[in-house]
Design a protein. Structure first.
Lengths: 414, 414
């Protein structure tokens, strides 16, 4: 079973928004053992949308089309589906009513063009909305099928799991299982990781299963992904765990988690296991560490809060840092102690550095100083030179600081 | 002149990383009047990479290939290019030396596999690196051309502007100019925006130039993009400004900026014009507002810092909020006043709300309270119900709060 993906929208080709939908769809397909070998982006042009969908259908059993179902004049996916199916569009009273009711219950004025979304190609099955207005569509074409979903991510996610994946699995019959395991690493470059794993990479290439890949992912670290194929879930899990051990044996000092673990979720867990709370002080990252930590539901059990001490005066007046250079290990430690005290937290974590464009306190762009204060009064600091421009340097600062804290926490009794 | 794009990497199809490179490339091409009608993602499989590049070449004069130039075993772009050109790969001593020197000057150990990057298809022109190790390649094939660049974004950006775009423009001869103008809006839905613009949309569709599109972009707001084609820069600018005025006439109350303006950059400018500084208090957003503001170089001229008062105790003890419910307009105002005082800022901006998964203080998920304190002691507050899951609700909270502050600032004398 193969399913290709077409993302529709001139804004995608012009790069005004990034196509994250086909990435999500590809991930969902792989997880259920359906291959996706081609993913296309095409603009809001009827002839080109039709051509792209036909192309994607050529070497696949199904195509998922994302976007172009909205109410506006440049939403053309419904017309493209009807043309490929060779059928007319028909007004669907049921859908029209649902859309009208949705606006009514939200006390929102309904622009009449919203009813364009009630146009359905004859013979298509409707995927009803639970969140928005545009319904999804399942369109048979010969012995293949086209699925159309809205481009709004949370509407698409819902239809994907509720309707599209189940239908695909039913059609695929006995789908072989594909499973992936991602080992999350930090501390080595991609090529150094690759070399560490050379001994087993040769073996993997002879076997062809599992496959192994490296994914450099900014503040997510470098991911090492193992993907196995097997007849059953059980076999897939067994094969994965065998190879996980082989990979870990060569990289264990770098692995901080698996799959959806992040450096922040791992650090929160380590703190919680020790009954410790966290308070942070951010300068160079300006709130990014707090933003990452609080993206995790339940962070409030461990995370008390932070001081964004962006200007020096806030470092001096709020955190009690000695007046003087503020990009130094000493300043970072004083910030950490200040955050610990001000926020009444067990542990204080602080970041100060130079994101650029200009150097500061005689320190070059890319300098990061991290300070950490522990409940018993011990303090720790580190200084590093991080690569990249402003945004990249700030991202690396977040994971670098959390990684430093993680290693110190691992050395503490639970 | 048409140039298609191929992004190489199984991780892209499996959705383990999102393809932002082809979006960037599409944006750069459009800006210089080169059309891109097809953008493909393909996995790390030699036969499929070759097929995808051939497909992309079919209806274009050039193809840009991104990724697969790294040192590891799954980097196959060099082999694919050689196969399509029908030439062998040759070891390039100059590149090998550059790579070796780079590691030496950084005092980093060089894994031998890095020298794979010195393999060059015979007849290809090299695009030297200024940041990383893998060189880019310009590969003639018949009367067309293939450009290969690394998948590491900042390395690709550099090669794109330094080598690929100039070469494309030279080949395209008199490229007609394509220019876009983006009006950044906040406060209306996409369909309501569309209806406001109905009068001119019909006119635009008859003319065919400029084109108009809507892009819903999370905390970037909803973008209204005008794209014009013209023979010269001057004509393009004139046409754009004519239509900018027509669009603004119907939407001006919603437009907060243009092109690269963001709500945070606009708010910082308004504060700076009034000689005011900003201090923030974040609960529901946990640092995201600070992270956005400090992504702007020079923010320190205006932004003093913030208090991430994630737990109630920090609101009470650090910001002086009255004990009691912390998701209310009153609490938001007290947080703003507390931030203003603690951070010695002219203006205090505070956010408290419920991102979920659970409700809080009897307020449903999606509730956002914003508080603002002005230098003369006046305070303001708002309460809204925002849509979406945790991440989306937090994003909307950031732009919602900054938009509220923007409107209040516009009413203040400079």
């Amino acid at each position: 079973m193969k399913c290709n993906v077409v993302a529709v929208g001139t804004e995608l080709l012009l790069g005004q928004i990034v196509d994250t939908n086909s990435s999500y769809i590809g991930e969902q397909l792989a997880a259920v053992g359906i291959g996706s070998h081609l993913q296309l982006k095409v603009g809001d042009n009827l002839a080109r949308v039709v051509a792209a969908i036909r192309l994607a259908l050529e070497d696949a059993d199904a195509v998922i089309i994302c976007g172009g179902l909205g109410p506006t004049h440049d939403d053309l996916t419904r017309d493209a589906l009807a043309e490929i199916m060779g059928v007319p569009l028909e007004h669907n009273d049921h859908i029209a009513q649902l859309i009208t009711n949705l606006f009514a219950t939200r006390n929102r004025y309904m622009a009449p063009n919203n009813l364009n979304q009630a146009q359905v190609p004859r013979g298509a099955t409707i995927i009803e909305q639970t969140r928005g207005t545009a319904p999804g569509l399942m369109c048979p074409v010969g012995n293949k099928v086209m699925y159309a979903m809205p481009g709004v991510p949370h509407e698409m996610y819902d239809m994907m799991s509720r309707a599209v994946l189940p239908d695909l699995l039913e059609r695929s019959g006995e789908a072989s299982v594909i499973k992936s395991l991602v080992l999350r690493t930090w501390g080595e470059s991609e090529s150094a990781l690759n070399e560490r794993l050379d001994p087993i990479i040769d073996e993997l290439e002879t076997l062809g299963n599992p496959t192994l890949a490296f994914l450099a992912s900014g503040w997510e670290g470098i991911k090492v992904r193992l993907t196995v194929k097997a007849a059953t879930d059980t076999e897939a899990d067994a094969l994965l765990s065998t190879w996980e051990h082989k990979v870990r044996a060569l990289t264990d000092d770098l692995v901080f988690g698996t799959n959806t673990d992040t450096m922040e979720s791992v650090v929160l867990k380590l703190l919680e296991q020790r009954g410790w709370t966290l308070g942070i002080a951010e300068s160079v990252t300006g709130g990014l560490v707090g933003g990452r930590i609080t993206s995790i539901p339940g962070a409030s059990r461990t995370f008390r809060g932070g001081i964004i001490s962006y200007t020096s005066e806030v470092k001096f007046d709020v955190l009690g840092v000695d007046r003087g250079p503020v990009v130094s290990e000493q300043a970072a430690i004083q910030m950490a102690v200040g955050a610990q005290r001000t926020l009444n937290a067990s542990v204080g974590l602080a970041l100060t550095g130079v994101a650029g464009p200009d150097e500061q306190d005689g320190q070059p762009v890319g300098t990061l100083c991290v300070g950490i204060a522990f409940p018993d009064g011990r303090t720790f600091s580190s200084i590093s030179q991080l690569p990249g421009q402003r945004d990249q340097m700030r991202q690396f600062s977040v994971i670098n600081a959390l990684s430093f804290l993680r290693k110190l926490l691992l050395a503490e009794p639970r």
